[in-house]
Design a protein around this ligand. Structure first.
Ligand code: IMP
Ligand code: MG
Length: 183
């Protein structure tokens, strides 16, 4: 697909390779005990399914819905839980699986929230990290790629609910996207 608004930043093959490495690493770090991945909807679901299949040990899967962004590219700073965990994670090792850490507002909030559910341990795995944009402190244990301060879409990440199903992670010219929106 050629879209003039998109430029490939991380090609699919590289994403898949890195996720396999992350799966090996997380598997090695949790030799025993109950392990639960908490996937943050919707963006992280593509990462979650590949990461879970790269694991060399059993892992259960939970989902949490969180909304921070409106339709554009700027955070509102407001975090809202749209779907809570269905199953207790008390006593389990929990890894929060997220697509991207940007300002850190979402994960900072989520860490406190999940902490209250008394997991045995709690860590974060994120596919992407934009460290330049950080406003809140977040400790990420597993990071796929650090990226510059650009708005990206694909492999789960969206702009106004579009582009999630791209195989590659692409930089979006968001001004051009906003101009053509609704056409
Ligand atoms: P934070 O709370 O600012 O760290 O933002 C986290 C959320 O904002 C992510 O889970 C994404 O849903 C969204 N987000 C941040 N940066 C991008 C981006 O470059 N593209 C698409 N979504 C993004
Ligand atoms: Mg997200």
């Amino acid at each position: 697909m050629t879209d003039p608004k998109l430029r490939v930043l991380i090609p699919s093959q590289q994403i898949q390779q890195r996720i396999r490495e992350m799966g090996e690493q997380i598997s090695a770090d949790y030799p025993d005990g109950e392990l639960s991945f908490v996937c943050i909807l919707k963006g992280a679901c593509f990462f979650l399914t590949d990461l879970a299949r790269a694991m060399r040990r059993p892992v259960s899967i939970e989902f949490m819905g969180i909304s921070t962004y409106g339709k554009g590219t700027n955070t509102s700073g407001e975090v809202r839980v749209t779907k809570d965990l269905d199953t207790s994670v008390e006593g389990a090792h929990v890894v929060i699986v997220e697509d991207i850490v940007d300002s850190g507002v979402t994960l900072n909030y989520l860490m406190h929230l999940v902490e209250q559910r008394k997991p045995k341990s709690l860590r974060i795995a994120t596919l992407l990290d934009k460290p330049e944009r950080r406003q809140r402190k977040v400790h990420t244990s597993y990071v796929g790629f650090q990226i510059p301060d650009e708005f990206v879409v694909g492999f789960g990440l969206d702009y106004a609910e579009k582009y999630r199903n791209l195989d590659d992670i692409c930089v979006l010219d968001s001004e051009a996207a906003a101009r053509t929106e609704g056409r």
